[in-house]
Design a protein. Structure first.
Length: 129
């Protein structure tokens, strides 16, 4: 996990997309069909970027919704990690395999697979040959 908080989606939106195109908050809001307050709060970092906004921004700026959602997810994960890293509840979590709860390979595949998984099955013999 990074030690530095990721850049907020609103900051990237403002610095990398709005400024170069000379867009104001109100102008962007009008172009993507949302209230100016939504754009303002995203830029100020007081509102998370929603999937709806990601779709709208991706259409306008010819990016992908995943680009915008990944920016938000990075911030969310960082914030969550900061909150839980010292909590005992989190520290006591263990992987399934160490608890003996993860199924063994023979339990997942009780019948051994014969042959090469990537080869084609034999063709039927032609009766006329």
């Amino acid at each position: 996990m990074k030690h530095r908080k990721p850049t907020l989606p609103g900051e990237i939106l403002f610095e990398e997309f709005m400024k170069p195109h000379g867009l104001s908050k109100g102008g962007l809001a009008k172009l993507i069909g949302v209230h100016r307050r939504r754009v303002h709060e995203i830029i100020e970092g007081t509102r998370q970027l929603s999937a709806d906004t990601a779709l709208r921004l991706s259409k306008l700026f010819k990016t992908t919704p995943e680009f915008w959602m990944n920016l938000q997810t990075q911030c969310d994960l960082f914030d969550c990690y900061q909150k839980i890293k010292s909590q005992k509840e989190y520290q006591n979590l263990k992987p399934l395999i160490t608890l003996g709860l993860f199924p063994k390979e023979e339990e997942l595949f009780p019948t051994p697979i014969k042959g090469d998984l990537f080869s084609s099955p034999p063709l039927p013999e032609d009766e006329n040959s």
